[in-house]
Design a protein around this ligand. Structure first.
Ligand SMILES: C[S@@+](CC[C@H](N)C(=O)[O-])C[C@H]1O[C@@H](n2cnc3c(N)ncnc32)[C@H](O)[C@@H]1O
Length: 349
C-alpha cells in the first residue's frame, strides 16, 4: 500500500519516526512537509506522534458523494489550487449525478479538528508536490482531543518540567521497542513517557530520585489506566539514575527512553561562567546515568534521550559515552522556550 504522510512541525524527526515504526517502509518521494512511501505492513497509525494525517495514494479518480474537502500542501498557490480542485471535483460529481457538498477550510488545508468534527475521514483529497503532483485520500488524522486529554487532563501537573505528548510518542517509536519488552524511564517525573510506553502496549518501568514525583506519576498512571485501558503494564519506584544497577538486573531492560533533568530554568541573562557550571553538572549527571544504563540495558537495546543545548556557550550537555554505546541519530528540537533540546538515539553494541 502507498501512503502519503503529512508531517508535523519537525519533519526530519517525523520521518525518522515513520521509518522506525514501519519497518519495511520504502520511500518513493518526499518534501518538506510530506513523505510518500510504500509498505506491506499493517501498522498502528495511532502510535505516531509526529504525523498529522495519512492518505492513501490515489491512482484512480475520486468522485465525491456528499460532503468532501480538499487540502493542498504545495510550495505555492495552495489556496488557489485547493479552490480549483474542489470546483472540478464538484463538476465531476454533478456529471455522475451525485450530490456533493464542499467543506472549505479557511486555510489551504483542513485541520485535524475540522476533519474529526465534520467527519471527513475518507472524504478528503490531499495534494502534495514532489517530483510530480500526488493525490491521496485521507484515511487517518491524529486526534488532538485525545492528545489534550492525556496531557492537561491528567490529575497531577507540573508544567515547568512537562514534555509534549507528541514528543513522548515519537521517542517511544524511535526506541524500536516491541511487544513484551520492558522499557525504562529513569527520570520519569510525572510519568509522560511511562504513560506513552504503556499506551503503545509495552511494559514500562519508571524511576525518579524524587518521591513526590513518583507519588504524582502513580496517580497519573492510575488515571490513565482507567481512562484508556492500555495493554501495557507499569511499575514505578524511587531511584537515583546513577545507581540503576542496584535496582535492575544486568541486561534486563530492552530500551531506555527519557527526558532527564535538563537543568534549572534559564532567564537568558546567565553569565557564560554560570552556563558552563550548569553544563558541567549536567554532563556529569548524564555520564553517571549512562554508565549504569550500560549495565542494565540488553545488547542491541536503545537509549532515546533529550539533552539540553546551551545557546550561550553553543554546547550540548551530553554524557561521556563508552565505546559500546553507539550514537545512531541526532535531532534538534527548537521549542518555544529558551531551551533547545537535542534528541539522541544510542544503541548498545
Ligand atoms: C524533566 S523531568 C522528567 C520528565 C519525564 N521524563 C516525563 O516523561 O514527564 C526530570 C526529572 O528528573 C528527576 N531527577 C533529577 N535528578 C535525578 C537523578 N539523579 N536520578 C533520577 N531522577 C532524577 C527530577 O526529580 C525530575 O522529576
Amino acid at each position: 500500500m502507498k501512503y502519503i504522510f503529512i508531517l508535523g512541525q519537525n519533519a526530519e524527526l517525523s520521518k525518522a519516526e515513520i521509518k522506525a515504526l514501519v519497518h519495511d517502509f520504502v520511500i518513493i518521494d518526499e518534501g518538506k512537509d510530506f513523505l510518500l512511501g510504500e509498505t506491506a505492513m499493517h501498522f498502528e497509525m495511532g502510535r505516531l506522534g509526529g504525523t498529522i494525517k495519512i492518505a492513501e495514494l490515489l491512482d484512480t479518480e475520486f468522485v465525491p458523494d456528499g460532503m468532501f474537502s480538499v487540502s493542498a500542501y504545495l510550495p505555492k498557490n495552495s489556496k488557489k489550487t485547493q479552490k480549483e480542485f474542489a470546483k472540478s471535483m464538484k463538476e465531476k460529481a454533478k456529471a455522475e449525478g451525485k450530490k456533493s457538498r464542499y467543506f472549505e477550510s479557511r486555510k489551504s488545508f483542513t485541520t485535524a479538528v475540522e476533519i474529526l468534527k465534520k467527519n471527513l475521514i475518507g472524504r478528503e483529497i490531499i495534494l502534495v508536490q514532489g517530483k510530480s503532483l500526488y493525490k491521496g485520500k485521507t484515511i487517518w488524522v491524529y486526534d488532538p482531543f485525545s492528545f489534550k486529554l492525556r496531557d492537561t487532563g491528567r490529575p497531577m501537573q507540573r508544567p515547568a518540567q512537562s514534555m509534549p505528548i507528541s514528543l513522548a510518542k515519537i521517542m517511544v517509536n524511535l526506541s524500536g521497542a516491541e511487544a513484551n519488552d520492558t522499557v525504562l524511564d529513569p527520570f520519569c517525573g510525572y510519568g509522560t513517557i511511562v504513560q506513552e510506553v504503556v499506551a503503545a502496549g509495552f511494559n514500562a518501568v519508571g524511576s525518579d530520585i524524587d518521591g513526590k514525583a513518583i507519588t504524582a506519576a502513580t496517580e497519573n498512571l492510575r488515571w490513565f489506566s482507567e481512562k484508556f485501558t492500555p495493554v501495557g503494564t507499569w511499575k514505578l519506584d524511587i531511584s537515583d539514575s546513577r545507581e540503576l544497577s542496584e535496582h535492575f538486573q544486568p541486561d534486563s531492560i530492552s530500551a531506555i527512553i527519557t527526558e532527564p533533568f535538563l537543568g534549572p530554568p534559564l532567564t537568558g541573562k546567565e553569565t557564560e561562567e554560570h552556563l558552563r557550571s550548569v553544563f558541567s553538572d549536567l554532563s556529569s549527571l548524564y555520564t553517571g546515568f549512562f554508565s549504569e544504563a550500560n549495565k542494565i540495558l540488553r545488547l542491541g537495546g536503545k537509549i532515546v534521550i533529550t539533552l539540553p543545548f546551551f545557546k550561550g556557550i553553543n554546547t550540548v550537555a551530553a554524557p561521556v559515552t563508552q565505546k559500546n554505546m553507539k550514537l545512531l541519530e541526532s535531532f534538534t528540537i527548537d521549542g518555544k522556550t529558551r531551551l533547545t533540546r537535542i534528541l539522541r538515539v544510542y544503541q548498545k553494541v
